[in-house]
Design a protein around this ligand. Sequence first.
Ligand code: PHE
Length: 339
Amino acid sequence: MKNMLEQIKHTAVDALEHCSNLKFLEDLRVQYLGKKGELTQILKQMGKLSAEERPVIGQLANEVRAKIEEEISVRMKQLKEEKLQNQLQAEKIDVTMPGKKFDIGKKHPLTLVMDEIKEIFLGMGFDVVDGPEVELDYYNFEALNIPKDHPARDTQDTFYINDNVVLRTQTSPVQIRTMEQKKPPIRMISPGRVYRSDALDATHSPVFHQIEGLVVDKNVTMSDLKGTLEMFVKSLYGEDSVVRFRPHHFPFTEPSAEMDVMCFNCHGKGCRICKGEGWIEILGAGMVHPKVLQNCNIDPEEYSGFAFGMGLERVVMRRFAIDDIRMFFDNDMRFLNQF
Ligand code: PHE
C-alpha cells in the first residue's frame, strides 16, 4: 500500500509538471483527488490494515494528498500567469500607429441660418413651436380665412393627400394650432418645411422652409409689428439695415404688408443682387384678421395680434451668395463642406 501511495505521488507530480493548460489541470485533480480518484480508492482500503499499520499509512496518505494539492496550486498559478501573458501579448495595442480619422459633421447652411433666426426670436421672448407637415385643409386654409373657393388657393399650388388633408403650403397653420391650445399672451415662432407643387429650377423648389411668427395680446398694434421686425432685421443683417413696409394682401391678416430690406450690396442704388430694385423683399406680415382670432375662440374685441412669415432659402442664398436653390437639397459634399 505504501508503494502504491509513493507510486501515485510520483505519477501525479510528473503529470502535473507536464500539464499544459488549466482544463487538463482540473482533469488531473479529479483523477487523483476526486471522490472516485486514485488516492480515495486506496484510502477506502485502509480498513483492511492492522492497527499498527493504519496510522503510518494514514499519515503517508495525508502527505501524498498535501503534496499533490500543493503541486496543483503551484501549477495553477503558473498556468494562469502564462494565460494572462499570452492574452496581453495578443491584445497588445501599438499606440504609435496612425489613428483612424473621423469626419466631423457640419451644420447644413439652412440649419445654420435657421438656428441664428431662432436665437434672435428666443432672445425677444418668443417660443419655438413645431407643427405637422401633413396638415388638415382646415388648418392650412379654412381657419386662416381661406375657404374652398378662395382665389388665394390657386397661388399656393397645393399637394393634396385627399380632400381634407394636404402637405402644408405655409407655416401659418401652426398659428392656428397654437391659438387653439394656448390663451394669450402668445409669442411664438414656428420654423419648418413647407411644400408647393412648383417645378424645380434655380429659384424654385417644391420643398422649402418658412419661419412663421405670431404675437397675440391686449393692445398689440401695427407699431409693435414694425418695431419687432425691424429689430429682427438689424440683428440678422446689422445695425445699419434699413427696412420699408409696403401694403399687401393676405387673407389672414388685415391690414397686411410686405417688408423689404435695403440691398446690402448697393445700398438702394440697384444692382444684380436686388435685380435693380435697391430693395429686397424678405417677409409678409400683418395684423391677425379678427375672423382668424374668432376661429380660435379668441375675442377680437379684447385681443389683437400680428403675424409674419418668411422664406428661409432666399435669406440663406443671399447670405452665402448661392445662386441655385437645388444646392440645398443635392447633398453634394463639395458644397456642404464649405460651411
Ligand atoms: N404664410 C404667408 C405666405 O406663405 C406669409 C405670412 C405669414 C404673411 C404670416 C402674413 C402673416 O405667403
